[in-house]
Design a protein around this ligand. Structure first.
Ligand code: FMN
Length: 172
């Protein structure tokens, strides 16, 4: 697929087929995330891959009951590694690690779509509950829960804000 075709075609998918996703596909998604830019190339992002049913149920609970999480065959938790970034960037490390992680997430979502998979970026969850569930250390922050699976729905594109309202030529 052409790059713009992938960018425009990707949708948030919240209904998945009961079909497994192979380990090699997950590795491809992580590779896509690794290729994203990062501040100082520190790659201050980590990914937890979840297949365990009970862990997925706990993630659903931590994410305010968004039950499609546990219906996905694979769930990836993206973590901003503030510790890795702030070693060099001190107080900017938190912002940079979050950006490193989120750049990786978007690559992952696009790569998944290009491989026929559906994903959804989930940001509404209890960070403390997720950190506790996985034993995520201090100075690392879970930023997104991403269910991954073969789509069982084809959502329409939610409307976008008109370009004229977003783009400020030369000045605000
Ligand atoms: C930071 C962030 C947090 C989000 N959190 C949730 C969420 O908790 N639950 C959910 O169903 N979708 C969530 N989404 C997905 C958005 O609802 C979705 O991207 C938006 O409606 C546009 O639809 P599209 O992804 O199909 O283009 C989130 C997206 C982002 C970027």
């Amino acid at each position: 697929m052409e790059c713009m075709e992938v960018i425009q075609g990707r949708r948030s998918v919240r209904k998945f087929k009961d079909r497994a996703v192979g380990k090699e596909i997950i590795e491809e998604l992580v590779k896509a995330a690794q290729m994203a830019p990062s501040a100082g190339n520190l790659q201050a992002r980590d990914f937890i891959i979840v297949t365990n049913k009970i862990t997925k149920q706990k993630l659903t609970k931590a994410a305010l009951g968004q039950s499609f999480i546990e219906q996905a065959p694979i769930v990836i938790v993206a973590v901003a590694n503030i510790e890795r970034s702030s070693r060099i960037y001190r107080s900017r490390g938190e912002l940079y690690a979050t950006q490193d992680a989120t750049a990786g997430i978007e690559n992952m979502l696009l790569a998944a779509y290009s491989m026929g998979l559906g994903t959804c970026w989930i940001g509404a969850f209890d960070e403390n509950a997720v950190s506790e569930l996985f034993g995520i250390p201090d100075k690392t922050l879970p930023v997104a829960i991403i269910p991954v699976g073969y789509p069982d729905e084809q959502p329409a594109m939610p409307p976008r804000i008109a370009m004229e309202r977003l783009v400020h030529w030369e000045t605000w």
